[in-house]
Design a protein around this ligand. Sequence first.
Ligand code: PLP
Length: 490
Amino acid sequence: MEVKTKIPLLLEQSIKGRTGYTIAELDVPEVPLQELIPPAYLRVEEPRLPEVSELEVVRYFTGLSRRNHGVDVGFYPLGSCTMKYNPRVHEDMAALAGFSQIHPYQPASTVDGALEMMYELDTYLAEISGLAKSTLQPAAGAHGELAGLLIIKAFHKQNGEDQQRTEMIIPDAAHGTNPASAMMAGFSVRTVVSNKRGGVDLAALKSLLGPKTAGLMLTNPNTLGLFDENIIEIADLVHAAGGLLYYDGANANAILGIVRPGDMGFDIVHFNLHKTFSTPHGGGGPGAGPIVVKQELAPFLPYPIIEKGSNGYALVKPVHSIGRMKSFYGNFGVLVRAYAYIRTHGYPGLRAVSENAVLNANYLMHHLKEYFALPYDRLCMHEFVLSGKWQKKVGVSTLDMAKRMLDYGIHAPTIYFPLIVEEAIMVEPTETESKEVLDHFIFLMQRIAQEAIDSAESFKNAPSMTPVGRLDETRAARERVLRFSTQENS
Ligand SMILES: *Cc1c(COP(=O)(O)O)cnc(C)c1O
């Protein structure tokens, strides 16, 4: 016997004949496999699968889950990702049989309730955004961006201007998905620089606008967590040049019930239901990135959309639809969670979400700016960006500090983004954390800043208290090993 230090693979625990299930006796005549499947397709060797008990399976997967950080484990201030707590009641709603046991091939007439839920979610998102009509199909924020950009393209095409309007203007602070989606939709990207206050530089914008302008992609508050007060002027300038305005609403946590993208002059917006509206996320989905458009653009929406008629709800194809963005109706379970979230909060609750998210971010920013450089020292919205440049001078990088935080049991903030801030540390506390948690975070951050001065070398081995040490981050992201494997992963 040896002392086990790591979780053994399930296959290593396999004992011939051990099972974790019981199946009822067969009560119909047994048909030999060879009669059902041509022998040429039947496998000759038995698959190498672990034969284990239910308890072994439970321990194995529980063990794996405990090696990871999640919002159910501790604070997760990952900026631009809105890792808020997701109330369990929404999971219960998504699991209701009327939602979870229906099939996308069922006739629409048998799922009126599901259609009603989607229709109402559509109207709520329209109300929250100040726009007219949505599609719930896109499966992620970036997918919504692509849908919105294809609509912009179709709009210009209808006006006979698609050959000419080829440029999408995007700020240098934008999320990386914005330029990627624009390229994917066939636009060329023009970058507009930010001004000293962290907003769009108006002179630079004016110099980019012209007959080639297809549109501007913006998020407000932007990825620096700052609200651009020039937004009305920006919208007027873009519209005057013949372009459309796309709002990246992935992080709507600062605006709910307070300000609406439609009122700011935007024509299209996407929401990340998995960020703002309560679906657990990370690790790649499932998510939902519905887009909402102004009335004039509704004829271009992907199909099907849901309309309310005299005989109930109907699935409709808009006249100039850009086509389908996804099979069936999108990630339906995520839609149910968002619907439940909006219904449980109501208008006052949603407004309180944003007020508290903004309050929490400003509270942290105020207490941390003594210890970390703050490039844009002004009221922030739901998140803010510090710089680790003071610590970098004494040999401790933002990456080093992020790794140290893991030893203290908190997830690191987003780092090195947005790109325009040197050694960026982007913090988003969300509204679901208590003052005690925020105070503890301030305490730890102060301690890390002090450690950087006192013992810079101690950072090099961080993290040392986590299940794995410092990883090759590129390889960990690019060569992920997510499948059950019969081989030891190196
Ligand atoms: C997360 C995010 C996106 C992309 O959303 P996905 O669902 O990951 O595709 C786009 N823009 C901003 C500002 C974001 O934070």
